[in-house]
Write a protein that binds this ligand. Sequence first.
Ligand SMILES: [Zn+2]
Length: 322
Amino acid sequence: MYPKQMLTLLGFILFITSLPLTVLAEENKENDIYEQRMALFKKTEAITQIPWYYFAAIDNYERNIINSDEPEKVISIDFTDEIWYGLGNAAKAPEMEIIQSFGGIGKDGNGDGKAQIDNEEDILYSMGMFIEEYGLNEDDIKIALWEYYKRDLTVQTIMNTSKVFKEFGHVHLTNRAFPVDTNYNYSFNNTWGDRRGFGGLRIHEGTDIFASYGVPVQSTTYGVVEMMGWNLYGGWRIGIRDIYNIYHYYAHMNGYSDDLKVGQVVQPGDVIGSVGSTGYGPPGTSGKFPPHLHYGMYKDNGYSEFSFDPYPYLKKWERMSK
Ligand SMILES: [Zn+2]
């Protein structure tokens, strides 16, 4: 072998052996942050008696309403200065007696005598102590969340996310599935934003995946069934809220899986029904257009919900399932 070829070969070996290492390092970094979070949630559960998955759900909700390029924090729960230090505590004094005298909710969770607004243990412990004032059962926690956030969708999302975390026993839930069983024939194009005739001028908020009647429709994510039933445009439709404050909308279905109900926890690949052509009329209307699954995604940013283009995600999930 000539030296030049050997160098090329050596370079190639180095290249392929270094690849898995880089991937592994990235994965470890990602695993680390999930493990750190779990450890903090479990620790706070031990000192407050409030189950870990509520802290996990609150933290996850807040992480997913932030619209910033800042690096991901271990804990994203963000108290305002007024709530933490108390109204009028302009100096932001972190001493417990001072915060208490100003009516702030900041507490010392790590035993250093100070309630620090940027300390993870203090943040989780303070949230736990706030909730504890309302009680420890599910309804009490719901009331506490309403008192804190004053928004129904926020409370519902956090309660649903806590159910998902409880069921799977962890916060590291990153798997995804394509909404139509990829063992069947199907096709889809990017039709987001196209104009629609039925029901006046509407913009097409989703992607249509064309497939035959009866092809299984499956959940793309971990989440909770939030909505089921007939809708004038969507026919038999299902709405699933995932753990990233995203509502996944499946429409024109032939029917639902037998045991599926509102409030049920689902995971990627769970069959929720089948492809049909229902909608554009009173309940039961079918066949006004070729069978397809209409798939839409709506993000809640803590103030309002807005639709965004699911097409790039569908492409990604399609690749993941092959
Ligand atoms: Zn559609």
